[in-house]
Design a protein around this ligand. Structure first.
Ligand code: NAI
Length: 425
């Protein structure tokens, strides 16, 4: 508790209430934590964590602690720490270096504090922690492997792998099919719409909303805004950023057939009211786009880093005024454009962003916890590369969520299984 650096330790009782509410709604993690408590898979190990430090994350860290780990945690974003949760975690013996509203320097220092503890296992979200550890080789002295939570982190780690810089295994938790399905899609969808509503208190029905990027996150955001009565336009890129398996042309086509308007940014900017980026890419809303927007347009980002909107260039020509928590007004060229949460992850920016719904994070963090255990069980046996989540874990989590909903699926007959595998029909 002494070692931690949090905003205010006296917030711990409030944090405990938040924690208990999440805990009571996370049946998968609760069970995994209980099993870890008996089996102690992380006995004597340090687990270094860089995750959004809010109530659902606290349940994951608690499960790891039950499994015998010494947990040292910071946030993966300067705005996303819930100070009540940070205080509560510190009060139960987890070392926390994080507070809401860190400067970039403080953020980097806190990541460094976790890395320099030389953990055996790392859980990262965006790969800042892993990248720092690889830049300072002594930090990786004890490292067995890492788990990465988000799309942007996996992209960075694959780039490290292709440059031959990855000396240890990393599990791309983000890429589990079940995680894409419930977390990026439903989780980002609901929480982004909710965060825009909580920050602005504006009516969504009837608004013209632009979603930039129709990947897993963008799809969910577009669907949920439509569900609230918005007229949604999707902007995609005429390019394949992936391994040439899926292109922006596919995504644009899917958006069109899903019933959305599909436009380029220039056209969308002239007519729309609210803009949400979810691409993992840079300057997808450029200064030129901002200049084209209507007076009163609202701009926010749900992608991992605060680079999707070219705020740097906007700062050079506009006068910024803080309106209230998570809303800045930018006045330029005789109009005002409102930026939410400084262009950082709007759905996680405290206090208006609450992050993904609890049930969603129960699934995602169940995968995280089981992948940490897998890294320990497979110690020394996994190649130094980015690994997919083992199918058994991916499927198990989907099955357990269904079981918790009381849902039963069909059990195929042997005849059906044989039929599905044969060619001579
Ligand atoms: P994805 O790879 O499935 O989708 C990204 C889409 O953006 C692709 O379809 C791509 O073609 C498109 N795109 C790229 N550049 C573009 C441009 N200039 N204009 C228009 N479209 C463009 O990725 P996913 O899983 O949807 O993640 C997107 C971002 O959201 C990542 O940074 C990821 O880390 C982050 N993320 C955020 C979460 C949150 O809670 N806010 C949760 C999960 C992921």
């Amino acid at each position: 508790m002494d070692k931690s650096a949090v905003k205010d330790l006296s917030l711990a009782p409030k944090g405990e209430k938040e924690f208990l509410w999440a805990y009571s709604n996370m049946p998968l993690l609760k069970e995994i934590g209980k099993r870890f408590g008996k089996e102690r898979p992380f006995e004597g190990m340090k687990i270094g964590v860089a995750l959004h430090l809010e109530k659902k994350t606290a349940v994951l860290l608690y499960a790891l602690k039950e499994g015998g780990a010494e947990v040292i945690a910071t946030s993966c974003n300067p705005l996303t720490t819930d100070d009540r949760i940070a205080a509560y975690l510190a009060s139960i013996g987890i070392t926390v270096y994080a507070w809401a509203g860190e400067t970039k320097k403080e953020y980097d220092e806190n990541i460094d504090r976790v890395a320099s503890a030389k953990p055996q296992i790392v859980i990262d979200d965006g790969a800042d922690l892993i990248a720092l550890m690889y830049k300072n080789k002594e930090y990786t002295a004890n490292l067995i492997g890492a788990c990465e939570e988000t799309t942007t982190g996996v992209i960075r780690l694959k780039a490290m792998e292709s440059e031959g810089k990855l000396a240890l295994p990393v599990i791309a938790v983000n890429n589990a099919y079940s995680k894409h399905l419930f977390d990026n899609y439903y989780g980002t969808g609901q929480s982004t719409v909710e965060a825009v509503m909580r920050a602005t208190n504006k009516l969504i029905a009837g608004k013209k909303v632009v979603v930039v990027g129709y990947g897993w996150c963008g799809k969910g955001i577009a669907q949920r805004f439509r569900g609230m009565g918005a007229h949604v336009t999707v902007v995609e890129a005429g390019y394949s950023f992936s391994d040439k398996a899926v292109s922006g042309y596919h995504k644009g086509l899917q958006a069109l057939y899903d019933g959305f308007e599909v436009r380029n940014m220039n056209d969308a900017c002239k007519i729309c009211d609210i803009f949400i980026t979810a691409t993992g890419n840079k300057s997808v809303i450029s200064l030129e786009h901002l200049k084209l927007m209507k007076n009163g347009a609202i701009v926010a980002n749900a992608g991992h880093f605060n680079v999707e909107i070219d705020i740097e260039s906007l700062e050079k020509i506009a006068k910024r005024k803080r309106i209230k928590e998570n809303i800045d007004a930018y006045e330029f060229n005789g109009k005002t454009v409102y930026l939410l949460a400084e262009g950082r992850l709007v759905n996680l920016a405290q206090p208006t962003g609450q992050g993904h719904p609890i049930e969603i994070m129960d699934g995602s963090f169940a995968i995280q916890a089981l992948c940490c255990e897998h890294l320990v069980n497979m110690r020394g046996k996994l190649k130094p590369k980015v690994h997919d989540v083992p199918f058994d874990i991916d499927e198990l989590v989907a099955r357990l969520i269904l079981e918790n909903h009381g849902v039963k699926l069909e059990k195929p007959t042997k005849e059906q299984i044989d039929y599905s595998k044969s060619w001579d029909l």
